[in-house]
Write a protein that binds this ligand. Structure first.
Ligand code: BV8
Ligand code: ZN
Length: 269
């Protein structure tokens, strides 16, 4: 990460009036939340995330899919926002107009002080009935299989409703109190439409911004990956923060190759 490009990005940010910060799983990596592509550790190692995150997988094996999301919810619940999330909230507070658009299903932006980030792919904390779509209450404490990669200092987990399959991964989803349908996570699965109000607000913000900062995303999942491309098409400079190359390198005016929790604070010093 060159000093010059950091200065250049910081200057673009300081001048911008309408800023969009677009984030992906990489911004939460340093909080201990695995990225989507790394999400399958421990008990989940032999699965494919893209196959679990589908309506078909839930239909075929609801307890397997619910158990995976409860494991992820518990991991997020024990995580804390990192310096990258805090810097995003600072950018939001300083810019005259700023919108945070995230693909993440965690709540670490909110917990760092971001106001109403747009969640393009839903949330781990908003389950709903898979049959009638009514919101369902969150189980009080995330029931977790053991043997996963929770931090060592995490308190022992209680509760849980392993449904007897006996492999430690499956947790039967609760039943809807209205229609008894199985409750599903409030996330957007592959093959499902994004919430239209969220997508429209994100596209509108990207088309009207004068700087887009993309952080910690592989830029591979559509239509979310269009957001930085929309900003570029409308003439806004794009600054990218990612330790690796991504397809968004091609649209980025400044590429800051490094971890979000180190790079982002340097932009708001
Ligand atoms: C739809 C929620 C239509 C659930 C997720 C072929 C071509 C184009 C498109 C398609 C195609 N075939 C199919 C499609 C469509 C498909 C798609 O895009 N597929 C791709 C993969 C080819 N999209 C869909 O299905 C979407 N819906 O199209 O609907 C429709 C319309 C009307 C009616 C009906 C249907 C829905 C997609 C939503 C999928 N949901 N998440 C859950 O989380 O379980 S996807 C998942 O990917 C993530 O959760 C995240 O939301 C998203 C993006 O991932 P990233 O955030 O980028 O994470 P990733 O792990 O990939 O990368 C991490 C990055 O961080 C890396 O670059 C790494 O270098 C970097 N990093 C690591 N450490 C750090 C760091 N960066 C900074 N600091 C660090 N410390
Ligand atoms: Zn229902």
């Amino acid at each position: 990460m060159g000093e010059r490009s950091v200065r250049e990005a910081a200057a673009l940010l300081a001048q911008a009036r309408h800023v969009v910060v677009f984030t992906g799983a990489g911004i939460s990596a340093e909080s201990g939340v695995p990225t989507f592509r790394d999400a399958l550790t421990g008990l989940w190692r032999s699965f494919d995330a893209r196959r679990l995150a589908t309506p078909e997988a839930f239909r075929d094996d609801p307890a397997l899919v619910w158990g995976w999301y409860e494991w992820r919810r518990a991991t997020v619940g024990r995580a804390r926002p990192n310096a990258g999330h805090v810097a995003v909230a600072a950018i939001e507070a300083r810019a005259p107009h700023a919108v945070v658009v995230t693909q993440n299903v965690d709540d670490l932006h909110e917990r760092a002080g971001s106001v109403a980030p747009i969640h393009l792919h839903g949330s781990l904390s908003a389950p709903r009935c898979s049959a009638c779509a009514r919101p369902a209450p969150l189980p009080a404490e995330p029931p977790l299989p053991d043997g996963t990669s929770l931090p060592a200092e995490a308190p022992p987990l209680s509760g849980g409703a392993p449904d007897g399959h006996g492999d430690g991964r499956r947790v039967a989803p609760p039943r809807c109190t209205h229609c008894a349908g199985p409750v599903r996570p409030g996330v957007v699965w592959f093959g499902e439409a994004l919430p239209s109000a969220a997508l429209e607000a994100a596209v509108e913000a990207a088309s009207a911004c004068d700087l887009l900062l993309t952080v910690g995303t592989s830029g591979l999942v559509y239509p979310a990956a269009e957001i930085p491309r929309v900003a570029a098409r409308f003439g806004a400079p794009v600054v990218q923060v990612n330790p690796e190359e991504t397809p968004l390198d091609a649209v980025a005016d400044v590429n800051l190759r490094g971890p979000a929790a180190q790079v982002l604070p340097a932009l708001v010093r």
